[in-house]
Design a protein. Structure first.
Length: 481
């Protein structure tokens, strides 16, 4: 955006391109017609239409073209007859006046005198479609009604076609206006809902109370993440698109042929993409609806060979998974990797040429689990005592008897938002208390060390963390309770 000549000019210009002031009331329905505004500008007409680009660059250098985002300055000539013959013009900055040569630069004045350019009035109309969400809400919500911490409410989660708000009390009187504008300004959104209760306060399955504020009452969504497709009923399962980065961060740690135990798998945002990378996943969720959607995700994304769904209590499942994986190993179970389209073509060519087709690539399930994922930040740390006796009597499976390491645990939790190492030390202290083994921050490959990663801020005074550490031998090999 080209800067106006000085700050006063800039402020004047920007004030012209604010929405019109209207009478505000939370109880009044949104009247989009009230946001129409017409500005009287000057426009430069160009004698030689082939020189439009050249004159645009020249007048930008003199800071005389209109420099407002999302406004195209090359327009048809305001005279309809001339416009029909292809004549165009350039919109000029409001400081440039048609009848005020004193407002013209020397370059513009010379061009007008030589009749290379002409100046004509231009009526520019901006309507509701032009203004952005923040512009509209700045008009609709008076300053005295805004939350002192948040300003205009602008953030929301997205699950497929659903926008999920979590409005503060100050904005509840305006909730339907807010929802309507979100619907208008986000074409991919078809439904806007507002959370009416905290996640987990009314349901052990991390679902939440909600109300539909605008759009269709349909929470059956489809979305894509990490090259996978997910279908689910957003009202019955947990999903948070803001965790996309965390999903990817952990998935990138998993190696093909390893086994991952996803204790609170939800609909599969860790499990299914990992399965696509030829990682074995024992994926569990206690919510029957999540378990159902997880099964559908596994089928839709064709990862049945690598991902196994379970519907068990997480505490019991931790040890059950270790036993189940070991049993699968003893049985010699394996997964055959599906051929890519290119590999299928190469195979057909090989057969036609009389060559022996290559053996299909397959991964045998190993004896032990490499990673545990525990993405239930409100309570996952309290599940850690279930690791006691995880591999009781099976010490020979791990170092120093083999090169295999004990599993890496990735447990999510909440902690107060503070400066410094306070939250990280608190997370380590909580892990230590649950396992009975002291942990301090550091490299998780070192005994007694945990890497604590700050995932995201979830509230003004609360952050989400992920603590990663290896199960201590004194925990893994202790007698089972």
């Amino acid at each position: 955006m080209t800067e106006p000549a000085n700050e006063d000019d800039q402020r004047t210009t920007m004030s012209l391109f604010r929405p019109p002031t209207i009478v505000r009331s939370a109880a009044v329905a949104l009247d989009r017609s009230l946001f129409s505004k017409t500005l009287s500008l000057a426009a430069a007409t160009i004698a030689d239409s082939k020189k439009i680009a050249e004159w645009r660059r020249t007048l930008q250098q003199t800071r005389e073209t209109l420099a407002i985002e999302r406004i195209q300055i090359v327009r048809p000539h305001p005279d309809g007859a001339l416009a029909a013959r292809g004549a165009k013009c350039l919109l000029l900055d409001p400081k440039v006046k048609v009848a005020g040569p004193e407002t013209w630069s020397a370059v513009l004045k010379s061009a007008v005198e030589r009749e290379e350019l002409g100046l004509v009035p231009f009526e520019l109309t901006l309507d509701y479609d032009y203004w952005q969400y923040e512009d509209i809400m700045d008009v609709l919500i008076p300053p005295e009604d805004r939350d002192v911490h948040d300003g205009i409410p602008s953030g929301f989660n997205v699950a497929g076609h659903v926008a999920h708000l979590n409005l503060r009390n100050a904005y509840l009187p305006y909730k339907r206006l807010i929802a309507e504008v979100i619907l208008d300004k986000n074409p991919h959104i078809k439904t806007v809902i507002n959370k009416t209760a905290d996640v987990g306060t009314e349901s052990e399955f991390r679902t939440f109370g909600y109300e539909v504020l605008a759009g269709v009452d349909d929470l059956n969504v489809e979305l894509r993440e990490n090259e996978c497709v997910f279908h689910f009923d957003y009202s019955k399962v947990y999903w948070n698109s803001k965790l996309h980065g965390e999903h990817t961060r952990l998935i990138d740690m998993f190696q093909p042929g390893e086994v991952v135990c996803d204790v609170m798998a939800g609909i599969g945002p860790f499990a299914v993409p990992a399965g696509k990378r030829n990682v074995f996943v024992w994926a569990n969720d206690y919510n029957p609806d999540s378990y159902h959607s997880l099964g559908e995700s596994i089928k839709t994304n064709k990862v049945e060979e690598f991902v196994r769904p379970f519907n068990r209590d997480g505490r019991a499942f931790i040890r059950e998974a270790a036993d189940s994986v070991y049993e699968a190993f003893q049985n010699g179970e394996y997964a055959v990797v599906k051929l890519t389209s290119k590999e299928k073509r190469d195979l057909r060519h090989a057969v036609l040429e009389g060559k022996s087709p290559p053996e299909p690539k397959r991964f045998t399930i190993p004896a032990t689990i490499s990673h545990f994922v525990m993405n239930l930040p409100a309570s996952a740390i309290t599940f850690l005592p279930s690791f006691r006796g995880l591999y009781a009597g099976r010490e020979e499976l791990f170092a120093p008897h083999t090169t295999t390491k004990l599993p890496m645990v990735h447990v999510h939790c909440f902690a107060p938002k503070e400066n410094g190492d306070g939250p990280i030390l608190e997370v380590c202290a909580r892990v230590s208390a649950e396992l009975g083994v002291e942990f301090t921050p550091g490299d998780p490959e070192e005994p007694g060390k945990a890497a604590v990663h700050n995932v995201r801020t979830v509230a003004p005074n609360k952050d989400m963390f992920c603590a990663s550490f290896r199960v201590p031998p004194e925990v893994a090999f202790s007698p089972r309770p």
